[in-house]
Design a protein around this ligand. Structure first.
Ligand code: PBG
Length: 324
């Protein structure tokens, strides 16, 4: 019997460390979120998200060329409309900002896989993710609006629909809407497990989607709960989701792990805006090594069970992966 284990044998040099490495990050794992806005000649950095821009449609091409050159082929598109109203009319408008952006991307670069975020919060004057009456976010009336939004995004050419609104039955309603409109082949990436997180702050600056009153806790999940995540995911699987998302990612690795253990669908994690901004801020101050911290974070997502990662760091990661 040996008195103790020699773990360091397998850590002696780079080659052996590579041989025993359990998880890897590839550019194919990454989905890049982008914000499109109305207007002309706009490429404005989001103040709380250094390196992330508001892009008008005429400035989209240069971004797409950059992504292509970096080998990033999946995009998630968020629209920031100029006009908002009570019911979010622009969300399912044929010429809405997202519909026009998707059409343009698919016309100019059909090889990009375009995922549409399906929610109402950027489009409603009150900033909630559904229809509001007497200060309450109504569930079933919101489902009709969400299904119509998904169908209009599919019509514009979206390859996948990603509903983020957290109404009950949204996968069911959107699946039914898509099927009836002839889009049975379009998959749904469900934001199945979405917490009412304070890490969304910078995104709400970027998407102009901060709720005018109250918060999202009557529809997004309580950060204290993990078993509830299993119920959320199970219902979305039953309703026909093709992939499951856990969001946010960094503070919810235990949830990622549980979802991966319990369900067989691909697991997608959303490395959200506040997580991005924290790393960026520390890096810009010279307090951490940005590349090393980002790569460690991404590998941790994969170790926890992520198949795919939606991240604002995607372009930087693609550069670092190239460099080797
Ligand atoms: C829309 C939506 C949000 C995010 C993605 N889709 C904001 C929210 O729920 O308030 C957050 C993404 C991020 O923080 O990067 N409902």
């Amino acid at each position: 019997m040996q008195p103790f284990m020699r773990h360091r044998r397998l850590r002696a040099n780079e080659v052996i460390r590579n041989l025993v490495r359990e998880h890897h990050l590839h550019v194919e794992d990454l989905i890049y979120p982008m914000f499109v806005v109305e207007g002309e000649n706009i490429k404005n950095e989001v103040p709380s998200m250094p390196g992330v821009f508001h892009l008008s449609l005429d400035r989209l091409e240069e971004e797409l060329e950059e992504l292509k050159a970096l080998g990033i082929s999946s995009l998630m598109v968020f629209g920031v409309p100029a006009e908002k109203d009570e019911v979010g009319s622009q969300a399912d408008h044929d010429h809405g900002i997202v519909q026009r952006a998707i059409r343009q991307i698919k016309e100019t670069h059909p090889s990009f896989y375009v995922i549409a975020d399906t929610c109402l919060c950027q489009y409603t004057s009150h900033g909630h993710c559904g229809i509001v009456e007497n200060g309450e976010v109504l569930n079933d009336p919101s489902l009709r609006r969400l299904a119509a939004t998904a169908v209009s995004q599919a019509e514009a050419g979206a390859d996948m629909i990603a509903p983020s609104n957290m109404m009950d039955g949204f996968v069911y309603a959107i699946r039914k809407g898509l099927d009836e409109a002839g889009y049975a082949h379009i998959p749904i990436l469900s934001y199945a497990v979405k917490y009412a997180s304070n890490f969304y702050g910078p995104f709400r600056d970027a998407a102009h989607s901060t709720p005018e009153f109250g918060d999202r806790r009557s529809y997004q999940m309580d950060p204290a709960n993990a078993r509830e995540a299993m119920r959320e995911a199970a219902s979305d699987v039953a309703e026909g989701a093709d992939m499951l998302m856990v969001k946010p990612a960094m503070s919810y690795m235990d949830v990622i792990y549980r979802v991966k253990e319990r369900f067989d669908l691909p697991v997608v994690v959303y490395n959200v805006s506040g997580e991005y901004s924290m790393i960026k801020a520390a890096a810009l101050n010279g307090w951490i090594d940005e590349e090393k911290v980002v790569m460690e974070t991404m590998l941790s997502f994969k170790r926890a069970g992520a198949d795919l990662i939606i991240t604002y760091h995607a372009k930087d990661i693609a550069r670092w992966l190239r460099k080797g």
